[in-house]
Design a protein around this ligand. Structure first.
Ligand SMILES: [Zn+2]
Length: 272
């Protein structure tokens, strides 16, 4: 079972630059909820998430926005920095430095010559999230749903976070993505990221199954748009002061809150 064990979590998230981006999306959702979303939308989201009351729904939604890109924590994706269609000596140099720092920070990158299995991060997120937020059913082996009714909300919200080319995620692709989730150390990286986002937005992950038990999959059909908006706003704005692998968690959290406040402030200014 690879549920995050709070006592065992490192003081700083296992992979800080990605953690900084995830925390940013969670912070943006909190800011949007408090300053932008109309009351009817908040009420609708509270009902679709099945969270019971708005205070809980606000945290659940922020947590989900935060972990919506969790699937980017996989060996193929993380190892692709600096590789692409336009190789250059500068990029090769930057890649070398990136790999060294990533190795020092404990990111389990594949060795040269390994060919990690590839899957879209959207499918991967849906495949791994229920497992990291409370489903430890023994029959759950390949990304399909488990049979425990109390866990179905975890699967519903995980599937609602992303689309691929505007289409809802295919369960088959999600199940296949599980292969890409494997690899020594990656479960721990993702568990640590989930723990960091949960702590940041004030949600205990063991409560998520209960808080999403009454989720309505049809009502969540548009949730991915709000999530994508959070990711865009968190990534936009003036050039980011990128997180470094050595940054402590509190610094990441403080920066995520500040940048989210500024991004939503600009959005409100622009709407006037
Ligand atoms: Zn389960």
């Amino acid at each position: 079972m690879d549920l995050p064990d709070e006592g065992a979590l490192p003081a700083a998230p296992a992979w800080n630059p990605l953690a900084a981006e995830l925390l940013g999306s969670g912070s943006v959702l909190l800011e949007l909820w408090d300053r932008v979303l109309p009351e009817e939308q908040r009420a609708m989201l509270t009902e679709s998430l099945g969270a019971g009351d708005e205070r809980a729904a606000r945290r659940v939604a922020a947590f989900l926005a935060g972990v919506s890109r969790l699937g980017e924590a996989n060996p193929a994706r993380m190892d692709s920095f600096g590789l692409g269609d336009h190789p250059s000596p500068a990029l090769a140099d930057a890649r070398e430095r990136w790999r060294t720092e990533a190795g020092r920070a404990g990111l389990p990158l594949p060795s040269a010559g390994d060919r990690p299995y590839r899957a879209r991060p959207e499918h991967l997120t849906a495949a791994v999230l229920p497992r990291l937020t409370g489903c430890d059913c023994p029959e759950f082996t390949d990304g399909e749903r488990c049979f425990d009714r109390a866990h179905q909300g975890l699967f519903d919200v995980a599937l609602a976070l992303n689309t691929v080319r505007g289409e809802r995620l295919h369960r088959d692709e999600v199940a296949k993505a599980h292969r890409a989730a494997l690899g020594a150390g990656w479960g721990a990286v993702r568990a640590s990221l989930v723990g960091a986002v949960a702590e940041h937005v004030g949600l205990r992950t063991e409560r998520l199954a209960g808080l999403t038990g009454a989720a309505e999959p049809d009502g969540l059909a548009g949730f991915h748009r709000l999530v994508a908006r959070c990711n865009r706003l968190a990534a936009g704005g003036p050039a980011p002061d990128f997180a470094r692998p050595s940054d402590p968690g509190e610094r990441l959290r403080e920066r995520a809150r500040r940048r989210a406040g500024e991004a939503v402030g600009r959005l409100i200014q622009g709407a006037r």
